[in-house]
Design a protein around this ligand. Sequence first.
Ligand code: HH2
Length: 257
Amino acid sequence: MGVVNITPDSFSDGGRFFAPADAIAHARKLIEEGADLIDLGAESSRPGAAEVVSADEELRRLLPVLQGLRDLPLSVDTVKPEVMRAALAEGAAMINDVNALRAPGAVAAVAAADAAVCLMHMQGSPGTMQQHPRYADVVAEVKAFLLERIESVCAAGIARERVVADPGFGFGKTLEHNLELLRHLREFAALGVPLLAGWSRKSSLGQITGRPAGERLAASIAAALIAAQNGAAILRVHDVAQTRDALSVLAAVEKRK
Ligand code: HH2
């Protein structure tokens, strides 16, 4: 999954693809580099994000890009039911919700279509989530949350085959929480749905390497590879070509494609 942020403020590439033509060109480049899916986000969920973007503004940013990329498999990163409905009407293949469809009306919006949905775990909300992340047992708690969300959306009419789960690396988690989740990612297979992992350029990698977001490529690839080895089916990454090469090596070693 290649990331395209149509935002002025995402932590890793804020502003670079804010103009629709730039976002469209970048998405096409990522597909050429080997992405199977493009994740379009029009509202930054970075820690401390102050701006709350209205649904109207989110749609104003998203719609021209969605319309310019109709031929590609698109995921739309949003927490708002109104945006979900509009994206699904434009043919989005997946709704990627960092809030796991907890907004009133979100489950119904997705249930009414037949696209896939990614349910992500987050402790708190983006504005404050990194202030005091706290868990007694991070793996057990994140797993229990995801299981509850999966059961809840399935009971509301979303077929299990449409659901993907994500532990939400960096969302209300310290470096140690993120590492613990990555170490134990295999245990999330028990959820019975494909797993998505997003480590690309995240601040935990900065904590480990001491490098700023723009210099975390090698660290991002290392984390992506560990996630893949531990069972992640979808990797959310900014650097598609380089991640593909790393995955090719893993596939060659494991003798699968
Ligand atoms: N991380 C970000 C956004 N959306 N969705 C899923 N499912 N999993 C993630 O780990 C995830 C996500 C990070 O968001 P942001 O801070 O806006 O930066 P960027 O989109 O450049 O990664």
